[in-house]
Design a protein around this ligand. Structure first.
Ligand SMILES: C[S@@+](CC[C@H](N)C(=O)[O-])C[C@H]1O[C@@H](n2cnc3c(N)ncnc32)[C@H](O)[C@@H]1O
Length: 471
């Protein structure tokens, strides 16, 4: 039985680094499916939004990312956004942006070039708007830049850790343009930049809750400090830094509370730099951005570099997009880079804001390059019968979404780095199989040993399901 992962403090002693490691078996669901009504530790999101300029926009508290169910995205989005006028305004913004793009040039545009310019609107949704407005005939060939670099750093990235990594060029750029601005940079959730900066001989302190970053980037062991902790547990460990750089999960609560941590961690006169999600990422994104930028301005002089940040498309997102019938997207995601020159003391309303702790526990299994996560709850290890079954409506276990607001997400018990998801019947048996696979066993033997009492045909069915799920 896996242990619940209290953090253990491990001092490596090597190269003078410190490494506070949580169990690699355990990771947490930092998924903030809970914008509406959810409390930051001291300030509710509602208060937060109301304290900024989004008053009287109740729907602005409901955020959504994009799912792509069969039968059209529009309706599904409207349901997720929860407010038809907000959704209509969002739809119009997407149409206006497309009209602006295609109106300003008579040339054909590759799908990727369109997606890159759509301010974060999910390609499956953009494709729907393109078709509805008749712009599809202006699409050129798919560009050759549709290959991601995810192969370069196994194990694979996982959506539950929000692992959208920067392109190598972008990581390099940030290592120079941001980490070069001071003697020490505190890197919060930016392992690719930390690794690039270390390779350039810069001094960095690294904080990230995912221990797998060290396997992907062994250079991190040469950081001056390496804290493998949740950000909610880090502050007592951190000394003040000249520069603080962070890339939080793309939600209001996360970005806002990470900004509060960054303000407390940056020296007076220091620099805070962070990635800000673009305004069409969901219907509420513009209002959320305003709230975040207003908070940033309370700490100093703010500069926003639009679309300065480029991400690789991780394999889990490629799978979601292929599952939704989209190709040619390449490395389509962009974000703005926000620079805050800290001139004032930490504003009172920010000093009370703390990141919240994860609400669920996910156990992590490494099967070769694959990362498989299982939602762990001691109360339900053997509640239901059976092994794994697909989510209703999914084909071959593929989940065509990376959205934290997709209502189907709540019923996911097992999630792979190839964006295959399943509901789990007998959790203990499924964990037993994954453990045997992680130890190098083969699937047939693992199933025979865990499902000894089942019939041969029952075991064949279980094996077939696992093969598709782990494919
Ligand atoms: C959005 S990704 C950013 C990665 C960045 N773009 C890069 O290329 O280095 C978020 C990172 O923060 C980490 N992370 C997510 N939630 C966290 C939390 N609550 N505490 C600490 N780290 C967290 C993840 O493990 C991941 O490395």
């Amino acid at each position: 039985m896996p242990t619940r992962g209290t953090s253990v403090d491990v001092r490596t002693g090597s190269h003078g680094s410190q490494c506070a490691c949580s169990s690699p078996r355990e990771s947490h669901d930092g998924l903030r499916t809970r914008v509406a009504g959810l409390r930051l530790r001291d300030v509710s999101v509602q208060e937060l939004m109301e304290s900024h300029s989004v008053k009287n926009k109740p729907a602005a508290r409901r955020s959504t990312q994009h799912s792509s169910p069969p039968g059209g995205l529009g309706k599904a989005f409207q349901g997720l956004a929860g407010d038809s006028s907000l959704y209509a305004a969002y739809s119009k913004e997407i149409d206006d942006r497309l009209a602006q793009l295609f109106g300003s040039s008579r040339d054909l545009m590759s799908p990727r070039d369109v997606f890159v310019r759509m301010r974060g609107a999910f390609p499956a949704l953009v494709r729907e708007h393109l078709a509805a407005a008749g712009w599809e005939k202006r699409l050129g060939h798919e560009s050759s830049d549709t290959i991601s670099h995810w192969n370069e750093y196994p194990p694979e990235l996982h959506p539950l850790d929000f692992e959208w990594y920067f392109t190598p060029d972008c990581a390099d750029y940030l290592a120079d343009a941001v980490c070069g601005r001071g003697k020490t940079t505190l890197c919060l959730g930016v392992p690719t930049v930390a690794a690039a900066a270390i390779r350039k001989g810069r001094n960095v302190v690294v904080l990230d809750r995912n221990p797998l970053i060290v396997r992907r980037f062994p250079a991190l062991l040469r950081s001056s400090q390496l804290w493998l902790l949740d950000i909610a547990d880090c502050e007592q460990h951190l000394a003040r830094a000249d520069v603080v750089l962070f890339d939080a999960p793309w939600y209001l609560e996360d970005t806002y509370s990470w900004l509060a941590v960054a303000m407390r961690a940056a020296k007076a006169g220091g620099l805070i730099a962070f990635c800000l999600f673009p305004r069409l990422v969901r219907p509420t994104a513009s209002a959320e951005r305003e709230a975040i930028l207003e908070a940033a301005e309370s700490a100093g002089k703010v500069e926003v570099l639009e679309d300065a940040i480029a991400y690789e498309t991780p394999i889990f997102e490629s799978e979601a997009l292929y599952g939704a019938g989209i190709t040619g997207f390449g490395n389509w995601r962009r974000a703005d880079l926000v620079l805050v020159q800290r001139t004032t003391a930490v504003p009172r309303r920010m000093s009370a804001v703390r990141p919240s702790r994860p609400s669920s526990t996910w156990l992590t299994y490494l099967l070769g390059r694959r990362v498989v996560k299982v939602r762990y709850s001691p109360a339900r290890t053997a509640v239901r019968g059976g092994s794994v079954r697909p989510l209703p409506g999914s084909v071959d276990f593929v989940y065509p979404s990376v959205s934290a607001r997709d209502p189907r997400r709540r019923s996911i018990d097992l999630w792979t780095s190839r964006n295959r998801v399943a509901q789990v019947g007998n959790l203990e048996s499924v964990m037993g199989i994954l453990q045997l696979l992680e130890n190098g066993g083969c699937l047939g033997t693992a199933i025979r040993s865990v499902y000894r009492a089942s019939s041969a045909s029952g075991r064949r069915e279980i094996e077939h399901a696992f093969r598709r799920l782990l494919g």
